[in-house]
Design a protein. Sequence first.
Length: 63
Amino acid sequence: MAAVPITKGCYDSRVAELRRQLGLMQQQCRNGGLSEELEDLLQQQIRCAHAYLWALYAEIEED
């Protein structure tokens, strides 16, 4: 079965949005003043955003 080619351009907007969200979340954590629960939630979301970005990069690199 032939591999389906991946068009890298389709990832550009998703990567940009993930980077934007990641930056905002990191800034919120640096600014402080968050409850422990909210900071834990933000840290979890930051880890997820990093994982999504690495998954997208892996898809691009496979091509």
